[in-house]
Design a protein around this ligand. Sequence first.
Ligand code: ZN
Length: 302
Amino acid sequence: MEMFIDPHIHVVSRTTDDYEAMRKAGIVAIIEPAFWLGQPRTEVGSFKDYFSTLVGWERFRAKQFGIVHYCTMGLNSKEANNVPLAEEVMELLPLYVGKEGVVAIGEIGYDDQTEAEDRFYRLQLELAKEVNLPVLIHTPHRDKKKGTCRSMDVSEEHGLPPSMVIVDHNNEETVKEVLDRGYWAAFTIYPHTKMGSERMAEIVKHYGPERIIVDSAADWGISDPLAVPKTAALMRKMGIPEEHIRMTCYQNALTAYSQSGQMDEMDWLKPEPIDQRERQFGNSVLRGGQTPRVEGSDIVEN
Ligand SMILES: [Zn+2]
C-alpha cells in the first residue's frame, strides 16, 4: 500500500473519524506543529498544557489508529504579540523541545510582521540552533512575498543552514526563491481556496519534486485531513511520475524532519501493534461498550 506523511496537521482539532480515514488513505505518520487555537490564550499554563497534549495524549491517540504522531514546539507569531505572555512561554519552551517525538521548532515566523513577532522569531531561531532541531516557518498570509523573504533573511542572519529550515504556506509567488535559496518548500493544500491540489500538481510539474513538501495544515477551520493523499491521486491523474509523488508526499518530509534524530521510518514500518485497550492517564479512546481494535494474535486478553 502507498504510504503518505502529512507533515503539518493540527489533529487536536480533528475527530477519530478523521484518524480512521487518514490511516485508510495511507497516512502512516503526521507532524503536528504547535500553533494558535483560534482565540488568544491568557495564561502561560494554557501553553504548558497544550504542549503536554502534543507530546502526550495526542501522540497516544494517533497511535490507537495506527498513525505515528510527531510534533513541533514553538510560540506562534500571532501570540508573540502578547509580549509579557510570550516571555513566559519562552521560559517554558526549553522544557519541551527535548521530549520524544519533537522534530522541529515551529511553527514560528511572521503574521503581521510586527516588532514583537520579529523578536520572538529570532529568539526561537537561536533556540533551534542550540538544540540542533530543524525549524518550521509559518509565512504570513498577508504580504506573503515580503514576509517569506524576510523569514529567510533573518534565519540566515542567525546562521541557520537552509537545509534545516522548512518554509511553509508557499504559493506560485514564493516557491522559486525559496527553492533557489536552498530551503525546503512546503505547501498547504486548502480546499476550494488559495492553494488547491491542482495548483500543487502544476508546481510539481514545473519545478520537479526536489525539496517540495505537500501538507494539509488541517485544523479547526475548513480544511481537509486527506489533502495529501488526494493531491497524490490528482498528480497521478495528471501524469506526474510515481517517484515525484513519493518524494513530495512522503520522502522529502521524512528527510527534512529526520534531521531531528526523532523521526525514523522504522517507527511505522515496524510499529508496535495497535491495542485500543491501552490507557493514557487512565483514559482510552474507547467509550462504554465499544469493541477495541487489537492487532497481533499474540496478544492475550486478561
Ligand atoms: Zn499550522
